[in-house]
Ligand binder design. Structure first.
Ligand code: NAG
Ligand code: NAG
Ligand code: NAG
Ligand code: NAG
Ligand code: NAG
Ligand code: NAG
Length: 762
């Protein structure tokens, strides 16, 4: 028996430089306060012994009710602790609906002892995770007029694990919706400042098992961050005409499935982030409440498939026929950073749409240059402009002042002026404004592909433009500049966001992740009145709709497509739904995105095609277990997924094949730099198109790669008929490229079923 020993604090220190992109910077406060909270909670003031939260898994069988489950859990803990009193003090939650487990605060020694108990199948330490549309649906050619099955769509309940929701938002009006479907067994908790549910938001719960008070949040499903309101409305928001952020991105805001119902599980808190204990509690409830699919825009350090709450929870959801869609993460463009990469999940990268936001900067010398981002101010006035390092508080602060960091610039020198700053931390506009300045021009090599919102007149420029302005400031005797209000511009798209996490999959070399790309850049969706647009000090801009970027925004787009597919095919398995989304994706350009499939997976979501894919690559629970056995997971570690210790991997693993997963994509890692490599992929497709169909194989392979398919023609004479085939990939060693993209297409007169084949080296 083993369990995770690292603490989140160690993890944090060990993490690669994290402040490289959009949400990371937005989340700086977030991450830092996580460690602050943890520092306060991991030391027990009574005995100075370090205690942590552990999740202790006892099996899949479900005791009848919470009381009896809790009693059984107290018994186990009483044995360990020596008294029932201590056991009650240590336990924080009994999971009893979808799996049998508990969360408790334990010392290292206690955890070690408990892990040897017979009844304990698996345990791991609680960690904290982070959070990772008017135009976007039209951009992926999913018009408002798309054919719908309204009756089944309104029976779909989507579960969102996020920061909560804003029930007052127009996006969640329930006009025209009947009562919740009868299968719904969830509840709506009525709590502080949360006005309650309706026929759109049919369920709302919150989980905060660490019980640490959060002064910046409210113990209720209410969303004080805006994140959950935004994702929920993208997925299932009703139509809201004339939505905009102060006239920018104006249009009709709508979710993918405007008739579907929303069940909210608040697991993320303003100060502490999203903990494993809370996420697992949400899965435990959501599965038994009767949600049809789960959208989770949360990520973070994943220690493998069996010690990560999202991976474990989504496996249990999959067993009950529920697909979990997760954000790929905002840690790109570094390779190998993709999160939510379990084979039973759908992992979503963020793409950009054809709408950007630019601000014109007019310089006093008559030149004008272009900046990016959202500036809603329009004074039209020109102001004196200075460069950060020229207005340092004193000579010691010169370096910090270059970046306009807190406490580095002199109020008397910036009063009434614009300041040119280099980007290190987000919020320089707030620092400048706080010192009496007007606003900021931020020079950066990053964030140029997302529109960050400014709380004062401000814009982002690249270094080339930054240097031009810098030169102007230093050559002119009285330099001035005007930043104009942002305007929408047409840009070429789609492209993958620089921040979107990249493959290869750190969990398995044989499995391509991310699976798919969906719009996640500059997305307009509903927002909370409880937070200013930027959350920065001094910001008093508020809006019912706002623009956000991140794989967090891409995830509900893909989850929405999954819900749309499910409304046409309510009986389809999670694997079949995922396959339909993956094989119908629009291919993206590896010329524009050099990381190719590691950036975009199979490509851009294609909702209308996804509902009739022709063929699907289906899979059951056993396939995943066989795959994990092949990946080297042992029977013991698999117990947290299958609920028993008696899994015998040697008996399960088929003797043949490169991988046993009937996945709609294929991936081969080259081990050897000198010799050619070969892989065999066995796959099986199920006919979900017309009964009589004939498909022919079309292979696209780059130079140096030979791919053969056997057979090359698949004939079907009835619905749900299955056909197997074999793909043999031979590849020469890669000289220059790190990744080569090939594909297999099964084509009939009506359908194109495309599977990317990725060959890579590290
Ligand atoms: C409810 O909202 C009011 C006004 O916004 C606020 O003062 C109060 O603290 C909130 N209550 C809770 C429990 O958060
Ligand atoms: C939306 O805005 C347009 C133009 O401003 C106006 O004509 C129309 O009535 C508005 N529609 C709604 C539903 O408010
Ligand atoms: C910098 O931005 C300007 C204006 O948007 C653009 O014309 C230029 O190509 C950019 N330069 C680089 C190196 O990206
Ligand atoms: C952007 O493109 C659309 C059509 O694709 C066009 O109607 C619109 O005028 C363009 N906007 C700009 C700012 O070029
Ligand atoms: C596991 O299965 C293999 C192959 O069927 C068998 O030889 C072995 O005895 C089994 N091990 C256990 C512990 O049952
Ligand atoms: C691919 O096929 C060609 C022609 O049959 C052969 O010359 C080449 O060596 C093959 N390459 C690999 C990597 O197997």
């Amino acid at each position: 028996m083993s369990y995770m020993k690292q603490s989140i604090i160690l993890r944090k220190v060990a993490m690669p430089p994290r402040f490289e992109n959009t949400l990371k910077i937005l989340l700086t406060i977030f991450l830092l306060s996580i460690s602050a909270v943890l520092a306060a909670t991991t030391i027990d003031p009574d005995d100075d012994v370090e205690k942590k939260y552990y999740i202790v898994y006892l099996g899949n069988h479900q005791p009848e009710d919470e009381a009896s489950a809790n009693r059984a859990h107290i018994d186990v803990l009483s044995n360990l602790k020596g008294s029932e009193f201590d056991a009650r003090e240590s336990i924080v939650h009994s999971y009893h609906k979808s799996f049998n487990a508990f969360a408790a605060r334990l010392s290292n020694d206690e955890a070690e002892t408990l892990s040897d108990y017979d009844e304990v199948l698996w345990m791991f330490e609680n960690k904290y995770h982070k959070l990772h549309t008017t135009r976007s649906w039209d951009f992926v050619r999913f018009p408002q007029s798309a054919k719908r099955k309204l009756k089944t769509e309104s029976n779909i309940i989507v579960g969102l694990f996020d920061t909560g929701i804003t029930p007052e938002s127009e996006s969640f009006k329930d006009d025209g919706l009947g009562p919740p479907p009868t299968k719904w067994r969830g509840t709506c908790v009525h709590h502080a400042n949360f006005s309650g549910c309706n026929n759109k938001i049919v369920g709302a719960r919150y989980f905060k098992l660490d019980n640490v008070p959060d002064p910046s949040d409210t113990l209720s499903p209410i969303d004080v961050e805006g994140h959950g309101t935004h994702t929920s409305s993208t997925l299932a928001g009703t139509l809201v005409p004339n939505a905009s952020l102060s006239d920018l991105a104006a249009g009709t805001a709508r979710g993918a499935v405007p008739s579907a119902r929303i069940a909210v599980y608040k697991v993320c808190w303003a100060s502490s982030g999203c903990s494993d204990m809370d996420i697992l509690a949400a899965f435990d409830h959501a599965i038994s409440d009767g949600v049809d699919l789960i959208s989770i825009s949360i990520g973070g350090p994943s220690a493998g498939y069996v010690s990560d709450s999202i991976s474990i929870g989504s496996f249990h959801a999959m067993r009950k026929g529920i697909l979990t869609v997760g954000s790929a993460g905002n840690d790109g463009p570094t390779s190998g950073t993709v999160s939510n990469h379990a084979p039973w999940m759908l992992s979503v990268a963020a793409s950009g749409i054809d709408r950007g936001f630019r601000s014109k900067i007019s310089l006093g010398n008559g030149n004008s240059v272009s900046g990016a981002g959202i500036d809603l101010f329009d004074s039209g006035r020109s102001f004196s402009i200075v460069s950060g390092e020229d207005v340092a508080k004193n000579s010691d602060n010169k370096e910090n002042a270059r970046y306009c960091l807190e406490d580095s610039i002199s109020s008397s020198k910036v009063k009434g002026k614009l300041v040119l700053c280099k980007l290190q931390n987000w919020g320089v506009d707030s620092v400048v404004k706080g010192n009496g300045g007007v606003g900021a021009i931020v020079a950066s090599s990053r964030f140029l592909d997302v529109a960050m919102i400014f709380m004062a007149p401000g814009t982002i420029v690249n270094y080339t433009v930054g240097e031009k302005i810098y030169d102007y400031i230093h050559k002119s005797s009285s330099p001035t500049a005007t930043i104009h209000r942002s305007q929408e511009v047409n840009i070429s798209a789609p492209f993958i966001g620089s921040f979107s996490s990249r493959g290869p999959n750190p969990g398995s070399v044989r499995l391509l992740k991310p699976d798919i790309a969906a719009p996640g850049i500059d997305i307009l969706a509903a927002y909370t009145p409880l937070k200013s647009l930027t959350g920065l000090k001094g910001d008093n801009q508020h809006s019912k709709f706002t623009i956000m970027s991140g794989t967090s925004m891409a995830c509900p787009h893909a989850a929405g497509v999954a819900a749309y597919v499910k409304s046409f095919h309510p009986k389809w398995s999670p694997a079949a739904i995922r396959s339909s989304i993956v094989t119908t994706a629009r291919p993206m350009s590896s010329r524009l995105n050099k990381d190719a499939e590691f950036a975009y997976g199979a490509g851009q979501i294609n909702p209308l095609k996804a509902k009739s894919p022709g063929l699907v690559y289906d899979m059951d629970e056993l396939s995943y277990i066989q795959f994990l056995c092949k990946e080297g997971y042992s029977g013991a570690s698999l117990s947290v997924l299958v609920g028993s210790k008696s899994i015998n991997c040697s008996a399960l693993v088929p003797a043949f094949g490169h991988d046993s997963l009937n996945y709609p994509t294929m991936q081969l890692k080259l081990k050897n730099k000198k010799e050619p490599a070969m892989a065999v992929f066995r796959r099986r497709v199920t006919n979900v198109g017309p009964s009589n169909s004939v498909y022919n194989a079309i292979v696209r392979a780059p130079k140096g790669v030979n791919i053969t398919v056997k057979p090359t023609r698949l004939s079907f004479s009835r619905a749900l008929e299955m056909r197997s085939f074999k793909v043999v990939v031979k590849a020469n060693p890669l000289s220059g490229a790190k990744i080569l993209s090939a594909s297999l297409i099964w084509k009939s007169s009506r359908h194109v079923v495309r599977s990317p084949i990725v060959i890579y080296k590290t």
